[in-house]
Design a binder for this molecule. Structure first.
Ligand code: ATP
Ligand code: MG
Length: 559
């Protein structure tokens, strides 16, 4: 429930300028999405966010009454009393962000609660222009902010350049990507995808953000003492940057800038740290909410610890322990030549080789190797192609590979003109409701590009031509998938939606796992994935598992 805060709470809140630029708008909107329990948050900016910012989430949404209240000052669903201020677990608590944003820009809010009716709200410079219900809005919230400071020319003039604002938004998103590994984040800048980060572990997330260092070698921190818990990753001695831009600290999930933390972190490296250089880290510090005050900075970038000395010594011990363990573990390894790998290590190498393969596939296969394609050996369990080249053996998932090949083909066709289409001898009818019909009607161009020719009829749609790759039995399923995707296309952006639809068509058209394929088919699949250097299926699964002879020799103890 969203309520208006009592006067005394309002006075306690560290209010100040919430909206300083595009970056701060994105920050507030994403935090609201996370507070709404979103598992997917998509951010799109244009012109550094000065002309366009859109944040869409699949969180719990709002009904009309709540949405109208949310844009008023000092209305929040997150706290009620002064005491609540000292134990907030949400990012927001002031009830100020939305009301500040709507005052200085043109805002559209689309939102829907699980069992509720979707509502669309338009606000311009703080004035409500439109409130209407809209049944096509999916669950969640989508806020679009246009023309920041359009009504305050003096402040518009002081916005940073588009490229600087964009840089700040990217850096902001890096912090969310690192702190909330459980949430799928997407960042689109001027139409191209900067980040697409589905949930994954911290190491994978860090690798996405810190592309200049080998995050693989980072050391794990896992520490708990008194009321302080610290976990994360730190760079090993010797891996430095010249600035502190690679140091990320989160306190109870909130990114903080803190000289105290920077200092303590570096102390832990002792003499190993070279002068003028800085180690990197992603460290998450968890404290009971009453041991840290987050209400001292208008943008919540700084925090105050109730026991700074305990936090400091914990941080030094936590990081020190990780570094020391590394040094100790390294020592015995030196004298270990000729020792058989322990079983656990063996598993590790095989697993690593899959990861390695996925990463190095594109680079590994040089034109020279294409000449000598892997040799086809046999088909295993109606599922995998077994093949061999000079370096080792390969297992190729043929459903995934075929899917990827088809995906590339139809994507090319779509980009060039439209999918190759086949007219049906007998049309296929698909029953649709009114909303679905409307979506189809609004998107006839897109359907044509996808290789469908349709006519609307009373109870649905009559399909007279379909993409040539697509087996006819999958037409109804694909059509409803297409409608479902297009229905949300204003939320997700059309290019993404098209990509998803193409992937779906490819998946339905490819040979199934378990389908028999011939030797010729298998050889053709090998040829195509090698020639086109395809790494994974459109859903991101790997296509090839490679076991090198070196690895096998090592396993069997030959050297
Ligand atoms: N994406 C969203 N999904 C669901 N509810 C939202 C969303 N964004 C805002 N709200 C609702 O609107 C209210 C006001 O949001 P606003 O950001 O202005 O304040 P806040 O998050 O409570 O505090 P703060 O000003 O510190 O961010 C929130 O308390 C929340 O109930
Ligand atoms: Mg908020």
């Amino acid at each position: 429930m969203i309520r208006r805060l009592p006067e005394e709470v309002v006075r306690k809140i560290a209010a100040g300028e919430v909206v300083t630029g595009a970056f701060s708008v994105v920050k507030e909107l994403v935090e609201n999405s996370l507070d709404a329990g979103a598992k997917k948050v998509e951010v799109e900016i244009k012109g550094g966010g000065k002309s366009f910012i859109r944040v869409c989430d699949n969180g719990h949404g709002m009904d009309e009454e709540e949405a109208l209240l949310a844009i008023q000052p000092h209305t929040t669903s997150k706290i009620e009393k002064v005491e609540d201020l000292y134990r907030v677990s949400t990012y927001g608590f002031r009830g100020e962000a939305l009301s500040s944003i709507v005052k200085v820009s043109r805002v559209e809010i689309l939102t829907k609660k699980k069992a509720g009716v979707g509502v669309k709200l338009e606000v311009e410079g703080g004035k409500i222009k439109k409130v209407e219900s809209d049944e096509t809005i999916p669950e969640g919230t989508c806020v679009t902010v246009r023309d920041l400071f359009f009504n305050i020319p003096a402040r518009r003039k002081f916005l940073k350049s588009a490229s600087i604002e964009a840089r700040m938004v990217i850096e902001l998103m890096q912090k969310f990507i690192l702190s909330r590994t459980d949430v799928h984040f997407i960042l689109i800048r001027d139409g191209s995808v900067v980040y697409n980060a589905p949930p994954s572990d911290l190491r994978a997330r860090a690798a996405l953000v810190m592309t200049d260092v080998k995050v693989r070698d980072f050391l794990e921190v896992d520490f708990e003492k008194d009321f302080v818990k610290i976990s994360g990753l730190v760079s090993p001695p010797g891996v430095w940057r010249k600035t502190r831009t690679g140091q990320f600290f989160f306190v109870n999930g909130r990114y903080v800038l803190s000289g105290e933390l920077f200092g303590a972190f570096e102390v832990a490296y002792g003499e190993a740290l070279e002068k003028g250089y800085h180690p990197l880290c992603v460290l998450k510090i968890e404290l009971p909410p009453d041991k840290v005050d987050v209400n001292i900075h208008p943008q919540k970038l700084e925090v105050k610890f109730s026991h700074p000395e305990i936090v400091r010594s914990s941080l030094i011990s936590a990081v020190g322990k990780a570094i020391k363990e590394r040094i100790e573990r390294k020592l015995p390894e030196r004298g270990q030549t000729g020792v058989y790998p322990r079983p656990t290590e063996r598993v590790e190498t095989v697993r690593e080789s899959i990861v390695e393969l996925e990463k190095s596939y594109a680079t590994k296969i040089s034109p020279k190797e294409i000449e000598g394609l892997p040799r086809y050996l046999m088909i295993l369990r109606d599922r995998y192609i077994l093949a061999e080249d000079d370096e080792g053996i390969l297992l190729i998932d043929y459903h995934a590979s075929h899917e990827r090949i088809l995906y590339e083909k139809i994507k090319r066709e779509y980009e060039e003109k439209e999918l190759d289409s086949t007219f049906l001898l007998l049309p296929v009818f698909v029953n649709l409701d009114e909303v679905q019909k409307r979506v189809l009607n609004e998107n006839t161009q897109v359907l044509r590009k996808l290789g469908f020719r349709c006519e609307m009829v009373e109870e649905g749609v009559k399909i007279i031509a379909i993409p040539s790759v697509l087996p006819i039995q999958h037409v109804p399923a694909v059509i409803s998938e297409v409608i479902e995707e297009l229905r949300t296309s204003t939320f997700k952006g059309l290019p993404d939606v098209i990509q998803k639809i193409l992937a779906d068509i490819a998946c339905k058209s490819a040979v199934r796992t378990g389908d028999r394929i011939t030797e010729e088919d298998a050889i053709e699949i090998i040829r195509q994935i090698y020639e086109e250097k395809l790494i994974s299926c459109p859903h991101g699964r790997p296509l090839v598992f490679r076991l090198s002879y070196t690895e096998l020799d090592k396993y069997f103890g030959r050297s």
